[in-house]
Design a protein around this ligand. Structure first.
Ligand SMILES: NC(=O)c1ccc[n+]([C@@H]2O[C@H](COP(=O)([O-])OP(=O)(O)OC[C@H]3O[C@@H](n4cnc5c(N)ncnc54)[C@H](OP(=O)(O)O)[C@@H]3O)[C@@H](O)[C@H]2O)c1
Length: 420
């Protein structure tokens, strides 16, 4: 993809670095901002409020949006807001910040800016997961820089930490609650809200998009764990298959996790196993004392397990305009470090780890005990009047087969990892 990205822009003659050389001398950082919605609007407000740390003044030179008539939370000078990609890309700036989201036109815009040798900052996890390796190659080839702290974990600085510090400490596992929308919804449902009301509240707060399916289906968390695995293990994000199950089973556990001594979450992890690297996004019940239990409501949390540094913990607000804008703002003030060149990493064809699981089934204890022979080593516990939970160990493939087998008997069922 990188070759085609690069040749496309060469063919179009997009190459002269339009970096505003005078601005460095006058200490003004000239910024072009693509997107002025939840994140871009919050960032614009912050940029217009005052200089960066170090007293460097920022000038927002161009703002690209879809609808130039729409009211914005900040007032830009006349001529700054445009809906023309060509006008946006021809502005003489030091930094391009992308907060549009999705693949196109974000990909075209980011690639063109990197080919022009510019610094690019983005919060776009979908783009980085799909094209990060190719875009990093463009940055390296044309003298641009690519930063994306806002793409993972909102305001917790995990990208910078893993980008600069992972190689030295022998990281073996990264495990996190990485989708603020799903976590917020699970939190509210566990407190008695309906799923619909919880999603609407997340939307009102700017955590969830109009269509929250990328969050609830685990696609967003899968993108994020693939990005973190790139920074940690060196695998190109698009080369790492992420096994994924959506939020439905986690919602079934949300109201009963308390009596089980835990909380339901959408877990994302990547683990170096003897068979190669694995990655998963799936429902889990975590113990209330677990490091990841710090992530309540829209918060995110990440543990990084390493041989020499032990377990490191990051936690912070993982969604919303202001926390994400804070991460972009942090990138603007920080020095960019080179991205790891993707290397050949062995990826496991199947996840052969034997893991702990919980199977919730709407049956009484006698019926649950009758299921036990089907579920090896299972311990059944009644959780309320008409449902039971079976705790057991199995590989992910076996656990999924057990879930399917119980469901095939007409029993309402849900499966979650057990991290209590
Ligand atoms: N919201 C969060 O909590 C959060 C957290 C972390 C990361 N992110 C990431 O941040 C990025 C932005 O998210 P957001 O929530 O700020 O999205 P948003 O509120 O929908 O804003 C998107 C902005 O991009 C503009 N835009 C959309 N399509 C365009 C097009 N074809 N050409 C030009 N402009 C276009 C929109 O213009 P109009 O205003 O004219 O419609 C809007 O200003 C995404 O990559 C998202 O994944 C968001």
């Amino acid at each position: 993809m990188s070759a085609s990205l690069a040749s496309t822009f060469h063919a179009q003659g997009v190459r002269a670095p339009h970096v505003a050389s005078t601005s460095a001398r006058t200490h003004v950082l000239r910024v072009a901002l693509a997107g002025c919605g939840t994140v871009g609007g919050a960032l614009a407000e912050r940029l217009l409020a005052g200089p960066l740390p170090g007293e460097r003044r920022v000038e927002v030179v161009k703002v690209l949006v879809r609808d130039i008539e729409k009211a914005r939370r900040v007032a830009f000078r006349p001529g700054v807001v445009t809906d023309s990609l060509a006008a946006f890309l021809s502005a003489h700036v030091d930094v391009v910040i992308e907060t549009i989201g999705g693949i196109e036109p974000a990909r075209t815009l980011v690639a063109a800016a990197l080919v022009q040798g510019r610094r690019v900052i983005t919060a776009n996890k979908a783009l980085i997961a799909a094209e990060g390796a190719a875009l990093a190659q463009l940055a390296a080839r044309f003298g641009g820089q690519l930063d994306f702290e806002g793409a993972v974990g909102g305001c917790m600085p995990v990208v910078r930490a893993l980008r600069s510090g992972a190689a030295g400490v022998g990281v073996t596992t990264i495990r996190g609650v990485l989708n603020g929308t799903s976590n917020f919804v699970l939190d509210r449902v566990s407190s008695g809200a309906t799923t619909g009301d919880a999603i609407r509240e997340a939307q009102v707060n700017g955590f969830a998009e109009a269509d929250p399916s990328r969050d609830l289906d685990g696609i967003d968390a899968a993108d994020k764990i693939a990005i973190l695995a790139w920074l940690t293990f060196g695998v190109a994000p698009h080369m790492l298959p992420v096994a994924r199950r959506g939020l439905a089973d986690a919602l079934a556990f949300a109201t009963i996790a308390g009596p089980l001594g835990g909380r339901a979450v959408q877990l994302a992890e990547s683990d170096e196993t003897p068979h190669g690297l694995v990655a998963r996004v799936e429902p889990a019940v975590i113990g209330l004392g677990h490091d990841l239990a710090r992530a309540t409501a829209e918060w995110n949390a990440l543990t990084v397990e390493s041989g020499s540094a032990g377990t490191m913990l990051f936690a912070g607000r993982g969604a919303g305009g202001d926390p994400t804008a804070g991460a972009l703002y942090g990138d603007l003030g920080a020095t960019s470090t080179p991205l790891p060149a993707p290397r050949a990493v062995q990826v496991a064809s199947r996840d052969e780890r034997v893991l702990h699981w919980l199977l919730w089934a709407r049956v009484d204890l006698a019926a649950a005990r009758a299921l036990v022979p089907t579920v090896p080593n299972a311990v059944a516990t009644a959780v309320d009047g008409d449902a039971c939970v079976l705790a057991f160990t199995a590989t992910p493939e076996q656990a999924t087969a057990i879930r399917a087998d119980v469901a095939a008997r007409g029993v309402e069922v849900a499966l979650a990892r057990d991290l209590r």
